[in-house]
Design a protein around this ligand. Sequence first.
Ligand code: MG
Length: 336
Amino acid sequence: MELRARTTSLALAEEFGIARGSRTASPVVRLELEHEGIVGLGEAAPVLYHDESAESALEFLTSGAPAVVGDDPFALEAVEERLEDMGGDSAGKAALDAALHDWIGKRLGVPLWRLLGLSPEAPPTSYTIGIDTLDGTRDRARRARGYSVLKVKVGGTEDLARLEAVREESPVPIRVDANEGWTLESARELLPALVELGVELIEQPFPADDLDGFRALRELSPRPPLVVDEGCHDLRDVAAVAGYADAINVKLAKSGGLREAVRMIHAARALGLGVMIGCMVESQLAVAPAAHIGSLADWVDLDGHLLLAEQPFEGLGLSDGRVVPSDAPGLGVAPA
Ligand code: MG
Protein backbone atom coordinates (compact mmCIF):
# COMPACT_ATOMS: atom_id res chain seq x y z
CA MET A 1 0.00 0.00 0.00
CA GLU A 2 1.24 3.45 -0.87
CA LEU A 3 0.47 6.27 1.57
CA ARG A 4 0.47 9.93 0.52
CA ALA A 5 -0.15 12.30 3.43
CA ARG A 6 -0.12 16.06 3.85
CA THR A 7 -1.32 18.66 6.29
CA THR A 8 -3.68 21.47 5.50
CA SER A 9 -5.59 24.15 7.36
CA LEU A 10 -9.36 24.50 7.08
CA ALA A 11 -10.69 28.05 7.34
CA LEU A 12 -13.74 28.48 9.58
CA ALA A 13 -16.74 30.47 8.38
CA GLU A 14 -16.47 32.58 11.55
CA GLU A 15 -14.41 32.70 14.72
CA PHE A 16 -15.12 29.71 16.96
CA GLY A 17 -14.73 30.13 20.71
CA ILE A 18 -14.66 27.51 23.45
CA ALA A 19 -13.57 27.67 27.10
CA ARG A 20 -9.92 27.01 26.14
CA GLY A 21 -9.73 29.81 23.55
CA SER A 22 -10.92 30.74 20.09
CA ARG A 23 -9.68 30.16 16.56
CA THR A 24 -10.42 30.83 12.91
CA ALA A 25 -8.83 27.75 11.32
CA SER A 26 -8.47 24.04 12.01
CA PRO A 27 -5.34 22.10 11.04
CA VAL A 28 -5.89 18.57 9.72
CA VAL A 29 -3.90 15.74 8.23
CA ARG A 30 -5.16 14.19 5.02
CA LEU A 31 -4.24 10.83 3.52
CA GLU A 32 -4.50 9.02 0.19
CA LEU A 33 -3.94 5.27 0.41
CA GLU A 34 -3.42 3.61 -2.97
CA HIS A 35 -3.46 -0.12 -3.55
CA GLU A 36 -4.28 -2.13 -6.68
CA GLY A 37 -5.46 1.03 -8.46
CA ILE A 38 -8.00 2.03 -5.80
CA VAL A 39 -7.48 5.14 -3.69
CA GLY A 40 -8.90 5.30 -0.16
CA LEU A 41 -9.13 8.72 1.48
CA GLY A 42 -8.94 9.77 5.12
CA GLU A 43 -8.63 12.90 7.23
CA ALA A 44 -8.45 13.78 10.92
CA ALA A 45 -7.85 16.81 13.09
CA PRO A 46 -5.24 16.44 15.86
CA VAL A 47 -6.26 16.39 19.51
CA LEU A 48 -4.55 19.67 20.36
CA TYR A 49 -5.12 19.42 24.13
CA HIS A 50 -3.25 16.10 24.01
CA ASP A 51 -0.20 17.76 22.48
CA GLU A 52 -0.87 16.29 19.07
CA SER A 53 -0.48 18.42 15.97
CA ALA A 54 -1.13 18.05 12.27
CA GLU A 55 2.67 17.78 11.94
CA SER A 56 2.93 14.93 14.45
CA ALA A 57 0.13 13.11 12.61
CA LEU A 58 1.95 13.69 9.32
CA GLU A 59 5.17 12.38 10.84
CA PHE A 60 3.33 9.24 11.94
CA LEU A 61 1.84 8.70 8.48
CA THR A 62 5.02 9.38 6.50
CA SER A 63 7.81 7.89 8.59
CA GLY A 64 6.21 5.29 10.84
CA ALA A 65 3.07 3.85 9.33
CA PRO A 66 4.31 2.99 5.79
CA ALA A 67 6.73 0.41 7.16
CA VAL A 68 4.08 -1.55 9.08
CA VAL A 69 0.84 -0.98 7.17
CA GLY A 70 1.52 -4.08 5.05
CA ASP A 71 -0.07 -5.14 1.78
CA ASP A 72 -3.60 -6.19 2.74
CA PRO A 73 -6.12 -3.39 3.36
CA PHE A 74 -8.69 -5.95 4.54
CA ALA A 75 -6.46 -7.06 7.44
CA LEU A 76 -7.72 -4.29 9.71
CA GLU A 77 -7.09 -6.09 12.98
CA ALA A 78 -3.50 -6.97 12.10
CA VAL A 79 -2.75 -3.47 10.78
CA GLU A 80 -4.16 -1.97 13.95
CA GLU A 81 -2.06 -4.24 16.16
CA ARG A 82 1.13 -3.34 14.31
CA LEU A 83 0.31 0.37 14.57
CA GLU A 84 -0.51 0.01 18.25
CA ASP A 85 3.00 -1.29 18.88
CA MET A 86 4.34 1.96 17.39
CA GLY A 87 2.48 4.12 19.88
CA GLY A 88 1.92 7.37 18.08
CA ASP A 89 -0.68 9.75 17.11
CA SER A 90 -4.43 9.14 17.31
CA ALA A 91 -5.30 11.58 14.49
CA GLY A 92 -2.78 9.87 12.21
CA LYS A 93 -4.29 6.50 13.08
CA ALA A 94 -7.81 7.82 12.51
CA ALA A 95 -6.91 9.13 9.04
CA LEU A 96 -5.34 5.78 8.14
CA ASP A 97 -8.27 3.79 9.54
CA ALA A 98 -10.69 5.95 7.51
CA ALA A 99 -8.66 5.49 4.33
CA LEU A 100 -8.56 1.69 4.83
CA HIS A 101 -12.34 1.58 5.31
CA ASP A 102 -12.83 3.84 2.27
CA TRP A 103 -10.60 1.54 0.21
CA ILE A 104 -12.48 -1.60 1.31
CA GLY A 105 -15.87 -0.04 0.58
CA LYS A 106 -14.72 1.11 -2.86
CA ARG A 107 -13.18 -2.30 -3.61
CA LEU A 108 -16.44 -4.07 -2.65
CA GLY A 109 -18.74 -1.39 -4.07
CA VAL A 110 -20.68 -0.77 -0.85
CA PRO A 111 -21.09 2.25 1.41
CA LEU A 112 -19.39 1.95 4.77
CA TRP A 113 -22.62 1.91 6.79
CA ARG A 114 -23.70 -1.13 4.79
CA LEU A 115 -20.31 -2.81 5.09
CA LEU A 116 -20.67 -2.48 8.88
CA GLY A 117 -24.22 -3.84 8.85
CA LEU A 118 -25.68 -0.54 10.03
CA SER A 119 -28.46 1.81 9.05
CA PRO A 120 -27.69 5.20 7.46
CA GLU A 121 -30.30 6.80 9.72
CA ALA A 122 -29.02 8.52 12.84
CA PRO A 123 -30.40 11.01 15.35
CA PRO A 124 -30.28 14.68 14.27
CA THR A 125 -26.97 16.46 14.75
CA SER A 126 -26.49 19.33 17.11
CA TYR A 127 -25.15 22.57 15.66
CA THR A 128 -22.56 24.33 17.82
CA ILE A 129 -22.78 27.90 19.01
CA GLY A 130 -19.32 29.00 20.11
CA ILE A 131 -18.60 31.35 22.99
CA ASP A 132 -19.45 34.87 21.93
CA THR A 133 -20.89 38.09 23.34
CA LEU A 134 -24.53 38.09 24.35
CA ASP A 135 -25.57 39.78 21.10
CA GLY A 136 -23.26 37.56 19.08
CA THR A 137 -24.74 34.47 20.71
CA ARG A 138 -28.26 35.66 19.99
CA ASP A 139 -27.32 36.27 16.36
CA ARG A 140 -25.73 32.83 16.04
CA ALA A 141 -28.81 31.17 17.54
CA ARG A 142 -31.04 33.03 15.12
CA ARG A 143 -28.96 31.89 12.15
CA ALA A 144 -29.01 28.28 13.40
CA ARG A 145 -32.78 27.95 13.17
CA GLY A 146 -32.59 25.17 10.58
CA TYR A 147 -31.05 22.75 13.08
CA SER A 148 -32.93 20.39 15.39
CA VAL A 149 -30.54 20.59 18.36
CA LEU A 150 -28.13 23.30 19.51
CA LYS A 151 -24.92 22.76 21.43
CA VAL A 152 -23.88 25.89 23.28
CA LYS A 153 -20.26 26.26 24.29
CA VAL A 154 -20.03 27.57 27.84
CA GLY A 155 -17.33 28.26 30.37
CA GLY A 156 -17.24 32.00 29.79
CA THR A 157 -18.49 34.86 31.92
CA GLU A 158 -22.08 35.13 30.65
CA ASP A 159 -23.13 31.50 30.44
CA LEU A 160 -26.61 31.86 31.89
CA ALA A 161 -27.50 35.02 29.99
CA ARG A 162 -26.24 33.46 26.75
CA LEU A 163 -28.27 30.27 27.33
CA GLU A 164 -31.38 32.33 28.04
CA ALA A 165 -30.78 34.28 24.82
CA VAL A 166 -30.47 31.04 22.85
CA ARG A 167 -33.66 29.76 24.43
CA GLU A 168 -35.48 32.96 23.45
CA GLU A 169 -34.35 32.55 19.85
CA SER A 170 -34.93 28.83 19.49
CA PRO A 171 -37.30 26.20 20.88
CA VAL A 172 -35.07 23.19 20.05
CA PRO A 173 -33.20 21.07 22.64
CA ILE A 174 -30.05 22.72 24.00
CA ARG A 175 -26.90 20.89 25.06
CA VAL A 176 -24.03 22.59 26.83
CA ASP A 177 -20.31 21.88 26.53
CA ALA A 178 -17.98 23.57 29.02
CA ASN A 179 -14.76 22.01 27.65
CA GLU A 180 -13.45 21.62 31.24
CA GLY A 181 -14.23 25.29 31.96
CA TRP A 182 -16.53 25.05 34.99
CA THR A 183 -15.88 24.52 38.67
CA LEU A 184 -18.17 22.55 40.93
CA GLU A 185 -19.35 25.85 42.42
CA SER A 186 -20.25 27.36 39.05
CA ALA A 187 -22.02 24.16 37.99
CA ARG A 188 -23.99 24.01 41.25
CA GLU A 189 -25.05 27.60 40.84
CA LEU A 190 -26.17 27.13 37.22
CA LEU A 191 -27.83 23.75 37.61
CA PRO A 192 -31.39 24.86 38.53
CA ALA A 193 -31.43 27.25 35.55
CA LEU A 194 -30.11 24.53 33.24
CA VAL A 195 -32.93 22.24 34.33
CA GLU A 196 -35.42 25.09 33.90
CA LEU A 197 -34.14 25.75 30.35
CA GLY A 198 -34.51 22.07 29.52
CA VAL A 199 -30.80 21.54 28.87
CA GLU A 200 -30.54 18.04 27.45
CA LEU A 201 -27.01 17.18 28.61
CA ILE A 202 -23.86 18.68 30.12
CA GLU A 203 -20.62 17.85 28.35
CA GLN A 204 -17.26 17.89 30.15
CA PRO A 205 -18.10 20.49 32.82
CA PHE A 206 -14.82 19.98 34.71
CA PRO A 207 -11.18 19.21 33.94
CA ALA A 208 -10.75 15.59 32.87
CA ASP A 209 -8.98 14.69 36.12
CA ASP A 210 -11.53 16.33 38.46
CA LEU A 211 -13.40 13.12 39.13
CA ASP A 212 -14.54 14.33 42.56
CA GLY A 213 -16.25 17.27 40.87
CA PHE A 214 -18.09 14.92 38.53
CA ARG A 215 -19.13 12.63 41.39
CA ALA A 216 -20.42 15.56 43.44
CA LEU A 217 -22.40 16.98 40.52
CA ARG A 218 -23.80 13.54 39.76
CA GLU A 219 -25.27 13.40 43.28
CA LEU A 220 -27.48 16.41 42.53
CA SER A 221 -31.01 15.94 41.26
CA PRO A 222 -32.70 16.79 39.01
CA ARG A 223 -29.92 17.31 36.52
CA PRO A 224 -29.13 16.56 32.86
CA PRO A 225 -26.86 13.59 32.03
CA LEU A 226 -23.09 14.23 32.30
CA VAL A 227 -21.09 13.39 29.17
CA VAL A 228 -17.31 12.91 29.19
CA ASP A 229 -15.35 14.11 26.14
CA GLU A 230 -11.83 15.31 27.03
CA GLY A 231 -11.69 12.59 29.72
CA CYS A 232 -12.46 9.66 27.39
CA HIS A 233 -10.28 8.94 24.38
CA ASP A 234 -10.20 5.23 23.75
CA LEU A 235 -11.45 1.90 25.04
CA ARG A 236 -9.15 2.00 28.08
CA ASP A 237 -10.98 5.09 29.40
CA VAL A 238 -14.56 3.87 29.14
CA ALA A 239 -14.97 1.70 32.23
CA ALA A 240 -13.74 4.46 34.55
CA VAL A 241 -16.36 6.88 33.19
CA ALA A 242 -19.11 4.66 34.59
CA GLY A 243 -17.76 5.59 38.03
CA TYR A 244 -18.29 9.33 37.68
CA ALA A 245 -20.52 10.25 34.70
CA ASP A 246 -23.40 9.05 32.52
CA ALA A 247 -22.14 8.97 28.93
CA ILE A 248 -19.14 9.24 26.63
CA ASN A 249 -18.48 11.37 23.57
CA VAL A 250 -16.81 9.12 20.99
CA LYS A 251 -14.67 10.87 18.38
CA LEU A 252 -12.59 9.09 15.77
CA ALA A 253 -9.72 11.56 16.11
CA LYS A 254 -9.41 10.51 19.77
CA SER A 255 -10.04 6.78 19.37
CA GLY A 256 -7.74 6.39 16.37
CA GLY A 257 -10.52 5.21 14.10
CA LEU A 258 -13.75 3.35 13.59
CA ARG A 259 -12.84 -0.02 15.04
CA GLU A 260 -11.80 1.39 18.41
CA ALA A 261 -14.83 3.72 18.34
CA VAL A 262 -17.21 0.79 17.89
CA ARG A 263 -15.47 -1.11 20.70
CA MET A 264 -15.97 1.95 22.93
CA ILE A 265 -19.65 2.07 22.07
CA HIS A 266 -20.17 -1.59 22.94
CA ALA A 267 -18.25 -1.18 26.19
CA ALA A 268 -20.34 1.87 27.05
CA ARG A 269 -23.54 -0.08 26.47
CA ALA A 270 -22.33 -2.91 28.68
CA LEU A 271 -21.66 -0.38 31.43
CA GLY A 272 -25.04 1.34 31.06
CA LEU A 273 -23.47 4.52 29.64
CA GLY A 274 -25.04 6.72 26.98
CA VAL A 275 -23.18 7.43 23.74
CA MET A 276 -22.61 10.61 21.80
CA ILE A 277 -20.79 10.55 18.46
CA GLY A 278 -18.84 13.74 17.86
CA CYS A 279 -16.11 15.14 15.65
CA MET A 280 -13.47 17.84 15.54
CA VAL A 281 -13.61 20.84 13.21
CA GLU A 282 -12.96 18.76 10.10
CA SER A 283 -14.09 18.51 6.50
CA GLN A 284 -16.76 16.10 5.26
CA LEU A 285 -13.96 13.62 4.60
CA ALA A 286 -13.29 13.26 8.34
CA VAL A 287 -16.91 13.61 9.46
CA ALA A 288 -18.12 10.95 7.01
CA PRO A 289 -16.78 7.86 8.85
CA ALA A 290 -18.42 9.07 12.06
CA ALA A 291 -21.67 9.67 10.17
CA HIS A 292 -21.59 6.06 8.94
CA ILE A 293 -21.76 4.83 12.58
CA GLY A 294 -24.11 7.58 13.75
CA SER A 295 -26.99 5.11 14.07
CA LEU A 296 -25.21 3.55 17.09
CA ALA A 297 -25.42 6.78 19.11
CA ASP A 298 -28.02 8.34 21.40
CA TRP A 299 -26.81 11.83 20.49
CA VAL A 300 -25.05 12.98 17.34
CA ASP A 301 -22.74 15.99 17.22
CA LEU A 302 -21.37 15.97 13.68
CA ASP A 303 -21.28 19.59 12.64
CA GLY A 304 -17.52 20.06 12.11
CA HIS A 305 -17.90 20.53 8.36
CA LEU A 306 -20.86 22.85 8.84
CA LEU A 307 -18.57 25.35 10.60
CA LEU A 308 -16.17 25.68 7.63
CA ALA A 309 -15.92 28.57 5.17
CA GLU A 310 -15.67 26.14 2.25
CA GLN A 311 -16.33 22.46 1.60
CA PRO A 312 -13.19 20.83 0.16
CA PHE A 313 -15.07 17.51 0.09
CA GLU A 314 -18.69 16.71 -0.61
CA GLY A 315 -20.99 13.71 -0.37
CA LEU A 316 -22.53 14.03 3.09
CA GLY A 317 -26.16 15.03 3.08
CA LEU A 318 -28.07 17.18 5.56
CA SER A 319 -31.74 16.32 5.79
CA ASP A 320 -34.18 17.31 8.54
CA GLY A 321 -31.21 18.24 10.71
CA ARG A 322 -29.60 14.82 10.20
CA VAL A 323 -26.18 14.27 8.67
CA VAL A 324 -26.77 11.56 6.09
CA PRO A 325 -23.96 9.36 4.77
CA SER A 326 -23.90 8.76 1.03
CA ASP A 327 -24.91 5.56 -0.75
CA ALA A 328 -21.69 5.77 -2.77
CA PRO A 329 -19.02 3.13 -2.02
CA GLY A 330 -16.70 3.56 0.95
CA LEU A 331 -16.92 6.85 2.82
CA GLY A 332 -18.96 8.26 -0.06
CA VAL A 333 -17.18 11.60 -0.18
CA ALA A 334 -15.02 13.07 -2.95
CA PRO A 335 -13.13 16.32 -3.55
CA ALA A 336 -15.58 19.10 -4.34
MG1 MG B 1 -16.79 18.45 23.66
